[in-house]
Design a protein around this ligand. Sequence first.
Ligand SMILES: NC(=O)c1ccc[n+]([C@@H]2O[C@H](COP(=O)([O-])OP(=O)(O)OC[C@H]3O[C@@H](n4cnc5c(N)ncnc54)[C@H](OP(=O)(O)O)[C@@H]3O)[C@@H](O)[C@H]2O)c1
Length: 323
Amino acid sequence: MKSLRIEEYGGVDVLQWKESPQPQPGPHQVLIKVDAAGVNYADIMRRQGNYPGPDLPATLGLEAAGTITELGSDVADGRLSVGQKVMAMGPQGQAEYVAVNANFVFPYPDGIDPIHAGGMPITFLTSYHLLKSRGALQAGDTVLIQAGASGVGTIAIQLAKEWGARVVVTASTEDKLELCRSLGADVAINYTETDFEDEIKSLTDGRGVPLVLECVGGPVLEKSVRCVASYGRLVSYGNASGQPANLSAADITTLNRSVIGFSMGRSPIGSLDHQGAMQELAPMIMDGRLRLIVDRVLPMAQAPDAHRHLASRGTRGKVILTP
Ligand SMILES: NC(=O)c1ccc[n+]([C@@H]2O[C@H](COP(=O)([O-])OP(=O)(O)OC[C@H]3O[C@@H](n4cnc5c(N)ncnc54)[C@H](OP(=O)(O)O)[C@@H]3O)[C@@H](O)[C@H]2O)c1
């Protein structure tokens, strides 16, 4: 079979769509013939050597969708079967076949586009856990979502609205802001023209917001902490800027703010209820209340173009690769 391999860390030229050994499912895994696999910002960091994963040489990818072709010896709870269409979260999904732990495999019904399914697990589950499991969002809360037009941001906007929140987003271009508004964002701030911290203060009579979802890091994280209301929460879940942040204790303690970390990939197995989350999300996906925003679909052999596009901040929603 073919897979998207890296043998060393570096620029896009280290990406190789090439023959590699087909994985065998372990006792708790299923083997999936892949229809499509989403590209995440973490794939860029992994290619650069800034994100954990199996030793090199390795196959890239954190999610995929396809058809189950084989069950591991201990996968026998009746939930999964050969021939079933599933989406899955786990490493090495950008390949013709992937073996994934059954806990991270989600059957999906007819009606979901099999190509779109490949880009759903990470954005949908990340948004769910950011807002609910870690962010404890309540109906009526205002939530500030940084990078609203990102893969995660486009789902988090829709889910927060579905759960009764008022949504404020930031993005860098009018095109991205328009997308966020079309997904339900109540206020969309172009942070390249307007200081988002000032804007949040003026929108909330100086109080700040109960919840901020932050993935840019550096000065954006520093300013975002000051957008949190008294006893509110900021969930830090990424560092797309690659810049260090200098958080001030005074900014955190004086207003009893909480700064919470979230890494889905580094959460111990069992600590997050992914199956329950997907069951709660499924009706919203099926009736169109939650829709995946697909920026483009490319063949795996064009993964370098996908990485360039993401790294240049050109995307709106998800990029998906097909074998
Ligand atoms: N913790 C977790 O479990 C988890 C899971 C999924 C994703 N993440 C993180 O969530 C973030 C979004 O992921 P994604 O796959 O949805 O990303 P994406 O679609 O590639 O979007 C990233 C966006 O971040 C914004 N950005 C701001 N400063 C940037 C910079 N210096 N370089 C690149 N982008 C910058 C850009 O939007 P503007 O142009 O509008 O600024 C960019 O489009 C990433 O930081 C990722 O690592 C974390």
